[in-house]
Ligand binder design. Structure first.
Ligand code: 6PG
Length: 255
């Protein structure tokens, strides 16, 4: 990553600040896109980092500066999912349903989950790809342009379920079912091709455990096969990194 395309990093004192900034961006972009085009498409990430964001979006804006998102015009998708049913503790959709969707006035038809309960992960991936193609009315070979994508990063540099050395990094489709050796399980994931078509990608990173990988991202000289988060380079969209001070500890001037 040459100097001029180093990531745009915003550092907040605490993880709560990361979540508040992410909620602000979601509301701001949802209002603008719905006003312009009538609907807003967002991809949610999994893991624990987005849980604060989910709660803030459900509770609504705490500042008078923003209205709640126009949920009836918001469509939610997932960046990846584990091969489990929604009520399983590992389900990314299950976490979002509990922390965000419960009690939210969003139509069920606007919630586009990956059906992790399908016994064949490749069939779950194919079904999700078909749903995305139909929703965006895509031509053959065309990828969707999501308005906003949230991503996290693992300490090994994975993002969504794009793991180091994983096949999904080179997948030609929109959705891939991948065996993750380190976890001993399959995952279903959107591919870099989809993430890189997005209008905006926001990475949420918090905690001491992410300090080393975030430094590797900022240095940015590694191959995406080794550090999959570096495969996320939107062709014509924005990419923001919202991080807390603990995760930024090893960055120049932050120690
Ligand atoms: C998943 C996520 C994954 C996550 C990172 C960070 O399904 O686990 O999509 O890519 O974003 O592993 O997870 P934490 O937020 O729990 O650190």
């Amino acid at each position: 990553m040459s100097r001029d395309d180093r990531p745009e990093l915003h550092i907040f004192e605490e993880a709560d600040g990361v979540a508040r900034a992410a909620a602000w961006e979601f509301r701001r972009r949802a209002a603008r896109v719905v006003a312009a085009r009538g609907r807003f498409t967002a991809v949610l990430s999994g893991g624990s980092t987005p849980e604060r964001l989910f709660r803030l979006l459900r509770e609504g804006p705490e500042t008078p500066g923003q209205d709640p998102p126009p949920w009836s015009r918001v469509h939610l998708f997932w960046g990846d999912e584990r091969p489990v049913p929604p009520d399983h503790p590992d389900s990314n959709f299950g976490a979002a349903r509990q922390l965000l969707l419960a009690g939210l006035a969003i139509p069920a038809a606007n919630v586009h989950r990956i059906r992790g309960e399908i016994d064949e992960p490749s069939r779950a991936a194919a079904e999700y790809e078909a749903e995305i193609r139909a929703f965006f009315d895509l031509e053959e070979g065309e990828a969707p342009r999501f308005d906003l994508v949230f991503l996290g990063i693992g300490a090994d540099g994975h993002t969504a379920s794009l793991f180091p050395g994983g096949a999904a990094l080179a997948a030609g489709g929109l959705v891939a079912a991948v065996w993750v050796e380190r976890l001993g399980t399959f995952r279903i994931t959107l591919t870099p091709r989809v993430f890189n078509r997005a209008a905006c990608v926001i990475f949420l990173v918090s905690g001491e455990s992410k300090a080393e990988i975030l430094e590797r991202v900022v240095v940015g000289t590694e191959a995406p096969q080794l550090l999959p988060a570096l495969a996320i380079r939107p062709e014509s969209g924005e990419i923001l990194w919202l991080v807390d001070r603990a995760a930024a500890r090893l960055l120049a001037g932050q120690g």
